[in-house]
Design a protein around this ligand. Structure first.
Ligand SMILES: Cc1cc2nc3c(=O)[nH]c(=O)nc-3n(C[C@H](O)[C@H](O)[C@H](O)COP(=O)(O)OP(=O)(O)OC[C@H]3O[C@@H](n4cnc5c(N)ncnc54)[C@H](O)[C@@H]3O)c2cc1C
Ligand SMILES: *[C@@H]1O[C@H](CO)[C@@H](O)[C@H](O)[C@H]1NC(C)=O
Ligand SMILES: *[C@@H]1O[C@H](CO)[C@@H](O)[C@H](O)[C@H]1NC(C)=O
Ligand SMILES: *[C@@H]1O[C@H](CO)[C@@H](O)[C@H](O)[C@H]1NC(C)=O
Length: 506
């Protein structure tokens, strides 16, 4: 609880200094401060690059924006090449109502492709407990037959959460910012939203009267494919995850990571291919005169160590030693590792012929599922397996050899034996291990956005839910927050009753 008070104290001090600094008498309305000279962003994933895009819009053309990236631009949006074609290996699927992603694609002149729309089945280690049909009406009847009207109620619950969630777009288009993830979510859905962090999805859905069968056979498999966890995750990320079970899902033609490189270019930022090692606040004399406080960012390119001074710093990567390893030097109170646990996950891409009799005793030609999710059975060594199309439409050809490309999510790297259990034969396999997203353990507390005066952190939002759109929302929010705090626009931060206020404004 130390931070809000010290925040207050420092802004009070700022006001005092401002009053002392104009002995000739200050004008009634303070001049807007000069824009910052330099801003650093650490991480060129969707969070960092969307922040760069909006920072440029807010602060204008003169500010110098450096984006540090030690790996590939795109971060967890990445492709892997198999048999000469590229496939999504990280974040793949975008919801039709993810409006920031949609706008980026439009603004950048990219195009969208439909997400794979095949049929889905759920495997429990012995048999398929649920199987989609080609016929919409049969699906509905199957669902009602097996689970009563629960799927409809589930759909309504998710729609309600989504409906409130959509308010963020209106707030952001009116330039409003939030200083914490909890405040942002509170502005969307009040105590109900924030309360979802405190309870597991299981708890939330059991209270709402959903049956164990429905939870095990439908909801759990969706959580496993999206977040490699079960019903023990928080209710909010659970709802986000369930919303991906709808229709109209899409991806970016050529690969989702193109959004990141596009935003980087459009923002006219300077990409520094190096690894940031430490951040420290130091006194620095600018050309103009008085010494002011800046952040020194120390980074490594190859074996050389460099450093630069910045007015504002945005950390757009999880503060997790294995993922970013950034040391914050001499901050009071100290800024430490948040001890966040990220879920290990392996993406394996295989071109081969699936042994379909493993899942269903029906003949090979009758097997028309293109995605198989799994229940929470400890004997299963995969979370899911699904047929995958290349990211480029021109590479999208029907295989002549009967061998499709499949994408498997598993906790560990698959052994040869495990792969041959799943496939009759295969030619190629590539694997990509991730620390994919937070391991959710409600009650959840999201790490701070404001780490220090002008030092911000984007990835706390992942503890509400990790998704491309969430990082884009955090990127926009942080850009607005940094801008308003720089200019002293406190009336644009953490406003109560925004929904009502903006409703009457339009
Ligand atoms: C397998 C998988 C499947 C997923 N599926 C989906 C999906 O279908 N839909 C969806 O919406 N989301 C999905 N996600 C989640 C989504 O990919 C992430 O939430 C999102 O990409 C996170 O973006 P980010 O910019 O916040 O972080 P990141 O993409 O992790 O970016 C951080 C960047 O910072 C760089 N970096 C770290 N430390 C340093 C340092 N010290 N110096 C310089 N650079 C540094 C890293 O190299 C990285 O590029 C999936 C994730 C995974 C792993
Ligand atoms: C959630 O739990 C925390 C304690 O873990 C509590 O302080 C907070 O008030 C709770 N929030 C809601 C909305 O229930
Ligand atoms: C983190 O960085 C320090 C030096 O800055 C280094 O000694 C250490 O090995 C790094 N740890 C990891 C896990 O990369
Ligand atoms: C395919 O899987 C089934 C069920 O596990 C198994 O009985 C069969 O031997 C497998 N087929 C081949 C060719 O490996």
């Amino acid at each position: 609880m130390g931070r809000p008070t010290s925040e207050l104290a420092s802004s009070f001090l700022g006001l005092l200094l401002l009053l002392l600094c104009c002995p000739q008498g200050c004008p009634g309305r303070a001049e807007p401060p000069a824009p910052p000279d330099k801003i650093a962003i650490i991480g060129a994933g969707i969070g960092g690059t969307s922040a760069a895009y909006y920072l440029r819009q807010k602060f204008g053309k003169d500010v110098k924006i450096d984006v540090f990236e030690r790996g590939e631009v795109g971060g967890r949006l990445a492709t892997e090449t198999l048999d000469g074609r590229e496939y999504e290996a990280g974040g793949s699927i975008i919801h039709p109502l993810n409006l920031h992603m949609k706008r980026f694609v439009k603004d950048l002149g990219l195009s969208a492709v439909e997400g794979s729309s095949g049929l889905m089945g759920v495997y429990d280690g012995e048999k398929l407990v649920f199987e989609e049909s080609r016929w919409f009406i049969i699906n509905i009847m199957k669902l009602i037959w097996q689970y009563g009207f629960q799927f409809l109620r589930m759909h309504m619950w998710v729609e309600d959460v989504l409906d409130k969630f959509m308010r963020i777009y209106r707030y952001q288009s009116h330039d409003y910012a939030f200083s914490s993830v909890e405040k942002l979510l509170h502005a969307l859905g009040g105590d109900e939203f924030v309360g979802m962090f405190n309870r597991t999805l299981l708890d939330t859905l059991e209270k709402a009267g959903f049956s164990e069968k429905f939870l095990n056979e439908i909801v759990t498999p969706v959580m496993r494919v999206n977040y490699a966890q079960s019903l023990d995750i928080n209710g909010f990320v659970g709802a986000v995850s369930l919303s991906s079970a709808g229709s109209g899902l899409w991806a970016v033609e050529g690969g989702n990571k193109l959004v990141c490189s596009g935003l980087l270019q459009a923002s006219k930022s300077n990409l520094l291919r190096g690894s940031v090692m430490s951040i420290e606040e130091k006194k620095k004399t600018k050309q103009a005169g008085n010494p002011s406080k800046m952040y020194e960012v120390v980074y490594q390119i190859g074996s050389e160590i460099h450093s630069g001074f910045y007015d504002i710093v945005l950390v757009a990567t999880p503060l997790h030693q294995k993922m970013s390893n950034i040391t914050f030097l001499n901050f009071d109170p100290p800024i430490a590792d948040f001890h966040q646990y990220y879920q290990p996950l392996v993406t394996t891409l295989i071109k081969g012929q699936l042994n379909t009799t493993l899942f269903s005793s029906r003949a090979l030609d009758n097997f028309d599922l293109s995605a198989i999710l799994t229940t929470d059975n400890p004997d299963l060594f995969i979370y899911s397996i699904g047929m995958q199309h290349p990211v480029k439409a021109k590479d999208h050809l029907e295989p002549t050899d009967g061998k499709n490309v499949w994408k498997i999510f598993s906790q560990d790297i698959l052994t040869k034996q495990q792969i041959s259990k799943l496939f009759l034969s295969y030619d190629y396999a590539v694997k990509k291990p991730w620390l994919a997203y937070p391991h959710y353990t409600p009650p959840e507390k999201c790490p701070s956005i404001i780490l220090h005066d002008r030092l911000y952190y984007l990835n706390g939002i992942e503890f509400a839910a990790s998704a491309m759109e969430m990082s884009a929302i955090a990127g926009y929010n942080t850009a607005l927050l940094a801008y308003h705090r720089w200019n002293g626009h406190t009336d644009m931060i953490d406003q109560e009753g925004l929904y009502e206020k903006l409703k009457t404004e339009l």
